[in-house]
Design a protein around this ligand. Structure first.
Ligand code: NAG
Length: 279
């Protein structure tokens, strides 16, 4: 196989999908017609012991059409001195400079993006789904197919609920809540309060509390969102139950944390020793 000098780390990922089809066709022609001059006669007994390929669909022959060889599965190395090739549906993409020997790449799915399978599970790529489908148990061969592009939708699931915190008036406390959902959920903090009549009332936060700040951010992982509520300075009336409410088109989830406040103003004399006063 003719080896190509890398065209530059930036250009190569863009060019490879364009370059590979003619390259592959070239290889096909050589395999079908005349052998590569370097190949010589095929002596199967000289082939290295056949490796068992991770997937049946990627068993192939080497560039001389002689020895059995596995094509690269998704994530396998390709290119390099041996000219390793990728399996069907995959392309050889160059890696970041310095990450691997020059000229080697990684087999990646030609169609990027996660897909939702007919089994209701998300797959990182259509290639991963096809690989799974090939390994499907006997009663369901070919049963698994792509249901839609993008990951499967699901209602919010609480990954890390808020803790329960306690501290003194004037201190700073925060609660956080981590949720996973597709599509991305909306997260809101609410405080459980009581109306003068004694019924339960939910107050959307921060409302007009100058000592309360709310922040929502995507992450830490894909399809996750984390919401924080920061109370500073803590007042006695901030004590209570805080609800982290998350919702998307599929459903909703709620989890809660509590804040307990020790009123320092009740202990005015003598003043509590600060940690540095101890010596
Ligand atoms: C109370 O808050 C302060 C910061 O304002 C913090 O250093 C301290 O660890 C907190 N105490 C407790 C018991 O969480």
């Amino acid at each position: 196989m003719a080896r190509r000098r890398p065209l530059g780390p930036l250009l190569l990922p863009l060019l490879l999908p364009l370059l590979l089809p003619p390259l592959a066709r070239g290889l096909g022609l050589r395999a079908a017609g005349g052998r590569l001059p370097a190949c010589g006669p095929c002596r199967p007994e000289r082939c290295p012991a056949p490796a068992s390929c991770p997937a049946p669909g990627i068993a192939a022959r080497d560039e001389c059409g002689c020895c059995a060889r596995c094509l690269g599965a998704e994530g396998a190395s390709c290119g390099g001195r041996a000219g390793a090739r990728c399996g069907p549906g995959l392309v050889c993409a160059s890696r970041a400079a310095g990450a691997a020997p020059e000229g080697t790449g990684l087999c990646v799915c030609a169609q990027r993006g996660a897909v939702c399978g007919s089994d209701g599970r998300s797959y990182p790529s259509i290639c991963a789904l096809r690989l799974r489908a090939r390994h499907a148990p006997r009663p369901h061969p070919g049963h698994l197919h792509k249901a839609r592009d993008g990951p499967c939708e699901f209602a919010p699931v609480v990954i890390i609920p808020p803790r329960s915190v306690h501290n003194v008036t004037g201190a700073q406390v925060y609660l956080s809540c981590e949720v996973r959902a597709v599509p991305t959920p909306v997260i809101m903090w609410r405080k459980v309060t009581q109306s003068p009549e004694g019924t339960r009332v939910l107050e959307d936060l921060p409302g007009d509390h100058v000592n309360i700040a709310v922040q929502v951010r995507g992450g830490p992982s894909d399809h996750e969102a984390t919401a924080w509520i920061l109370i500073n300075p803590l007042r006695k009336e901030d004590e209570g139950v805080y609800l982290c409410h998350s919702a998307n088109a599929v459903g909703e989830a709620e989890t809660q944390g509590t804040v307990t406040v020790i009123d320092l103003s009740k202990y005015n004399a003598p003043r509590l020793p600060a940690p540095d006063d101890r010596m």
